[in-house]
Design a protein around this ligand. Structure first.
Ligand SMILES: [Cu+2]
Length: 263
């Protein structure tokens, strides 16, 4: 083999090794190895009169990972990254929760998810994600201001089909791949909390460091057969990266996770 050919061959081998290394690193970098199994919650009757078993999930979305939870005390490797986490039924901050971005629900079941959104927000790249999609009736229940101290709505609950595209904190967008399994597509925009309150809370206005009045969004969808899906956020919230799609946006355990439909 001549020298140049050998060098070229070496470069190719090195390239393959680097790519394999990155692949291994990404696969091993599990920020949230656990799975949160949804709680059984009785029976749900859909608007068409059909009944389904029902399960519930309560989630919080935070402006940073300082809440701990599945990231561990102090917020883990990236305490300043935005993150989803497991929450309480009144938006309680569950610092001891061991998982919060991988979920499991049963097939042919009504899944009701409530999200308390503690972060500020801005404008979506694509208005498509300002609309509620794939839920029962194409709607969600929305409370613009939920009082986590009083454990009560501080503004009336309304039924929404969309929110203004320039007031989005994050989205919960659940989708499959184009494969044989039952397709599931659900996307719900989560309105931002009040900007000034988010900033003031981070500077110590509240004990937790998070606003007292997050927005609250509740939605229900019906699962099909067993399958494995991915959910992610479609609001560009990876601050400080290209198009804001890096960091928290491209790491499982922050703005994305697994969604498993399994009996
Ligand atoms: Cu996000």
């Amino acid at each position: 083999m001549n020298k140049r050919l050998f060098a070229a061959f070496g470069t190719v081998v090195l390239g393959i090794a680097v790519i394999a290394g990155i692949g291994t690193y990404v696969a091993a970098a599990k920020n949230d190895p656990g799975i949160l199994v949804a709680d059984a919650a009785g029976t749900y009757t859909a608007p068409d009169g059909k009944s389904y078993p029902q399960v519930k999930l309560n989630l919080n979305v935070y402006p940073n990972s300082g809440f701990g939870g599945h990231h561990g005390a102090g917020g883990g490797a990236h305490p300043d990254w935005v993150s989803y986490g497991a929450g309480g039924p009144n938006g309680e901050i569950l610092s001891d929760a061991v998982n919060g971005t991988n979920f499991q629900v049963p097939p042919h079941t009504a899944v009701t998810i409530t999200v308390f959104q503690y972060d500020s927000g801005e404008t979506l790249n694509n208005d498509f994600f300002a609309h509620v999609r794939g839920t029962v009736d194409g709607t969600a229940k929305f409370v613009k201001s939920y009082d986590t101290k009083a454990k009560a709505n501080a503004s009336p609950e309304t039924v929404i089909t969309n929110i203004p595209a320039d007031m989005v904190g994050h989205t919960f967008t659940l989708h499959g791949l184009s494969d044989e399994q039952d397709q599931l597509f659900v996307s719900v925009p989560l309105m931002m909390a009040i900007d000034e309150e988010v900033g003031a809370a981070e500077e110590g206005a509240t004990e937790s460091g998070y606003v007292q009045h997050p927005t609250k969004t509740t939605f229900t969808f019906i699962t099909g057969d067993e399958g494995e899906y991915i959910w992610n956020c479609e609001f560009p919230c990876g601050d400080g990266t290209i198009a804001r799609f890096g960091n928290a946006m491209s790491a499982m355990g922050y703005m994305s996770g697994h969604f498993i439909v399994k009996a």
